[in-house]
Write a protein that binds this ligand. Sequence first.
Ligand code: PLP
Ligand code: MG
Ligand code: MG
Length: 621
Amino acid sequence: MTHEAIILAGGLGSRFGARTKVMPKGFITLDEAGEAIVKKSVDKLIAIGVDHIIIGTGHCANFYDELAYSYNGLVETVCNEDYAKTSSMGTLERCIPKVLSDSVFLLESDLIYDSIGLWVLQQDKDVNVILTSGKTGSGDEVYVKAIGEAKEGAPLPLLDSLGKDLTKDATLSELTGISKVSKTLLDAMSEYYRQKRADKEEDKIDYESVFGFLVSKEKIFVHKIEYYNWAEVDNEDMLTRAKDLVYPKIKEAESLRRTRREVLLNPGPSTTTESVKFSQVVPDICPREAEFGDLMSDIARDLTRFVADDGEFNTIFFGGSGTAADEAMVSSCVPPGGRLLVIDNGSYGARLATIARVYKIDMDVFKSSPYEALDLKKLESAISNGGYSALAAVYHETTTGLLNPIGEICALAKAHGLITIVDAVSAYGGIPMDLKKLGIDFAAATSNKHIGGMAGLGFVVARIEELEKQRDWPMRAYYLNLYDQWKNFLETKQTRFTPPVQTIYALRQAILETKCETIEGRYKRFTDCWKILVSALDDLGLEMLVDRTLQSHFITAVKNPKNLPRYSFDEFHDMAKTLGFTIYPGKLGNIGTFRIANMGDITTAEMVRFCSVMKGYFRSL
Ligand code: PLP
Ligand code: MG
Ligand code: MG
């Protein structure tokens, strides 16, 4: 898989005249939305899994610097100060040392294109592939001559030569400016360019012409899509063609590949992005291949880094839902003969207690109201008098939307030397947290809630120092044993048993999108959605179960209206469902509630729309 890209964006864009005097070509826009074409390109690269984009800049470099900044570390710029003298190969040369992997997408900044082109290159097994199309008649064509014919199941045709002035024949295709190249080829291109300058020949060389010069040394393949929708914008005529002829086709083709939008307002699994959904569609792979082990290992490191220092904590995977991670923690992290105190202020706290009971762990339950603040004084007294070795609690009680003061709870536990076991299933990835600062030793989470992936992977972020202590403890569970799973993963980069392969690919994409948004950004988006919801509930005179100062902003439990006898959750649910919103019933035995979650890929605009649906329903009663 290709996870890096270089965008060549140093050029002056002089063929445009006034338009690009004070702005680089990549910042041209095509519609009222006013999104720069290079931003569209960056977003398409990220959507296909690229997590490191290097933009080679020159003319008006500050535009790209600002753009890069908005991607929170995924995009960097390298400035070619000599851009006016060196052409695109000079810019590419400066980008190459930044490349970290063996496979890179190489693109020009002045392109618009259907994202399917990146997908096609991603599928090609060959490492060096130039994407070409049938004839466009755009006016600045670079023609590509290839050897051999494209046939299903056969190797791709090999590049023979390319240039603007090739003798035209029917076999030629057109260079799109989108390629996939190996680090080896990039290094060879650099070397060629260095040599040319040493020989005092030419500083100004187009990067694509170097492909042609290297065909005798490197195998470069040509993948032609006859009717590919793409355009380059080098001058006003090309821009008109791009806007009027090509861009509408790209938009249509891409929209046809989207799934129907369903906004899940249930407390997870939550709405996923299109790119997360599509990231599961990958060639079959045996998960025991080193490539897959590396993927899991990178994911584990990233999941740790969201909440802790990966020198002090490690993430351990289990195929299973969030409850599997809870069960792994509870069954593995209470020392043999130890005593556990479980805080139960909702059904997930109760579930932790049930798990401990099943494993016959010596345990007490500290009960507290599921919709009122926990009494920390009472908890302290329970902790200090019980002779416990561990404490288990839920960070965010999804039952009611109550956010427990987990830092204060764990501080009390730590003051008495307890191991802290926290169900962070509906908090991880949604709210910034630092496990060390919070005093958490073990935190359970899942692939499908705030992190935005698919269901199927439970994981525990664990303090290494505490894990080490479990080395000689007898196993209570086999599949869910934390220590064994951890040791095995450290040694082999493999889970002991079959991992949920496609869920893991989706998780990689979800992590990438979380990095792009940041957890702080995500928390703000959820809070903004929550504020919209709360204001609509206020307008309707509906009462929330939990005081707003104690709420997580992820789940809002709303009391069933007493004054509206015709209210029916099922009717409300069915009506909202037909309009694309899925809501969820309450989970408290004694108080009737319904719940609205804002998790996952939800926008404030969608929350506004849902609120008008909700108002419509309640006002019809
Ligand atoms: N813990 C909490 C706090 C939850 O919110 C959930 C699910 O909503 C779980 C545990 C269980 O997760 P799963 O349904 O994935 O087993
Ligand atoms: Mg051109
Ligand atoms: Mg161009």
